[in-house]
Design a protein around this ligand. Structure first.
Ligand code: ADP
Ligand code: ASP
Ligand code: MG
Length: 440
């Protein structure tokens, strides 16, 4: 069995849905497990609808709901050939929009918001499954709400997912194609929840790991992981192979093609992940597996909206326990740290979640002088950067020789060197790294 995930643009129109449906077809005697995102733009519209609802503005919410409904109704005509399937899908979608409108009245909390956000995937999977059934395929829609669950820490409950996915397959053994929703899940309280934006990649990797499939395929609108961010830098090129750890670093540090934490379950289960392009299905894409290509720098990525906090204190000099106190403050404020640099008299850390910044700074001031720099960006160079590869970090540093670098982190893993720069310097930093490392 193969797990295949198709993102928003891959199911972004009836035409695209028809094209990707051809890719689902398993080889003789095999089965496909297909994870679908919402049609592109839908989750953003649902976020906007929720925003109006939470601000108690039913008119604003209705305007967007009406626009969305008109778009979906037009898709029905194009997607199906028979009146039977047009009617069936129309009925389902009308019910969906009626359900969305029902949230205009009454209390609107985060619980309702998460239900609203889940409807995009519920609609796209229903539309595509009906299309497959109309085409006479042996396909079935399985609800991700029955299979994907998070635990009390908000992390995927791997044991539950494994048992639930197996149970669904056993109950529905005789199908060629299983379809399910990406992104959506239930939390430990049984409420509808999600795996954060871009979370459909995570769903696919969780299912692939749970079922120990031969491969997890992430189908998107580009031919695999590029060696730099194609939205920012020109002349980027696909990287054909990545070690699990390299892909995980790139995803975590901003390569939008992958959800930040989706590689971990695949890595632990040892299931290779292949990134493929729906616009060019025969292109080789990128394979992510357990092989390390020695002596190569693979790619660069950048993570935006970073805040840097520096704590300086002469009391740190020779004092043990100083760092523990500093880290405890971040822990108590449920804020994770990305980069760390220390010296004899100070420590600099970066965070991307500033929800508790004021409390953190106030508490840190008990231990030293605190300086905060916002609007920063982590630029991360990924490859075989083990210390024995003499000169590799020098090459990366040479590339940024004209850029004011606020922090450098090397040695935390064997696969990464990171620079903290101002957001305004991101583009020229990425460009300079492409020129030096990849001769582009
Ligand atoms: P999907 O909707 O299929 O999940 P995404 O928009 O989430 O697609 O991810 C694909 C996009 O990621 C590409 O179109 C590209 O602009 C962006 N991207 C950012 N960094 C990279 C990279 N290093 N390699 C490839 N794509 C990248
Ligand atoms: N539809 C969700 C989003 O737009 C999840 C995904 O596409 O992966 O974030
Ligand atoms: Mg995505």
């Amino acid at each position: 069995m193969k797990v295949m995930k198709f993102g928003g643009t891959s199911v972004g129109s009836p035409q695209r849905m028809k094209e990707v449906a051809r890719i689902f077809e398993p080889a003789q005697g095999d089965q496909s497990f297909v994870v679908l995102s919402a049609m592109s733009g839908t989750t953003n519209s649902l976020v906007e609808i929720s925003d109006y609802m939470s601000k108690n503005n039913p008119e604003g919410a209705s305007t967007i709901i009406n626009q969305l409904e008109r778009k979906y109704m037009a898709h029905i005509e194009e997607l199906y050939q028979t009146q039977e399937y047009r009617q069936k899908t129309k009925k389902f979608l009308q019910e969906e929009f009626r359900y969305l409108r029902s949230f205009c009245k009454g209390e609107f909390t985060s619980k309702e918001e998460r239900i609203v956000l889940a409807q995009g995937e519920i609609m796209s999977t229903n539309m595509v499954t009906n299309y497959l059934l109309e085409q006479g395929k042996k396909a079935i829609l399985l609800s991700a709400l029955d299979m994907i669950r998070t635990n009390e820490n908000g992390e995927p409950d791997l044991q539950f997912i494994r048992e639930a996915a197996m149970e669904q397959l056993e109950k529905n053994a005789n199908y060629d194609i299983y379809i399910t929703q990406g992104f959506i899940c239930r939390n430990v309280n049984g409420e509808v929840d999600n795996l954060q934006r871009g979370g459909s990649d995570y769903t696919a990797c969780l299912i692939g790991a749970a079922l120990q499939t031969a491969e997890i395929q992430i189908w998107t609108d580009i031919d695999g992981m590029h060696n730099n961010d194609p939205r920012v830098v020109e002349h980027t090129e696909p990287v054909r192979q990545l070690y699990f750890e390299e892909a995980a670093e790139l995803a975590y540090f901003g390569a939008k093609i992958l959800h930040p934490t989706c590689i971990l379950p695949a890595k632990y289960a040892g299931v290779p992940v292949r990134l493929l392009n729906t616009m060019d299905p025969t292109a080789p894409g990128t394979i992510i597996n357990n092989e390390i290509q020695r002596g190569t720098i693979k790619a660069v990525a950048a993570k935006d909206n970073i805040t840097c906090i520096q704590i300086q204190s002469s009391r740190m000099l020779l004092a043990y326990g100083f760092l523990r106190k500093v880290f405890e403050i971040f822990e108590q404020n449920k804020t994770s740290i990305d980069m760390i640099c220390t010296s004899e008299v100070g420590v600099s850390v970066t965070i991307d979640n500033i929800a508790h910044l004021t409390d953190i700074v106030n508490e840190l001031k008990m231990y030293g002088t605190v300086q905060v720099d916002d609007d920063m960006c982590i630029v991360c160079v990924v490859g075989d950067l083990v210390s024995g590869n003499v000169g590799f970090e020098t090459r990366a540093c040479m590339a940024v020789k004209k850029i004011p670098v606020r922090m450098i982190s090397y040695g935390g893993s064997n696969f990464n060197i990171s620079f903290l720069v101002k957001a305004e310097d991101k583009k020229r930093t990425l460009q300079a790294l492409s020129e030096t490392l990849f001769n582009k």
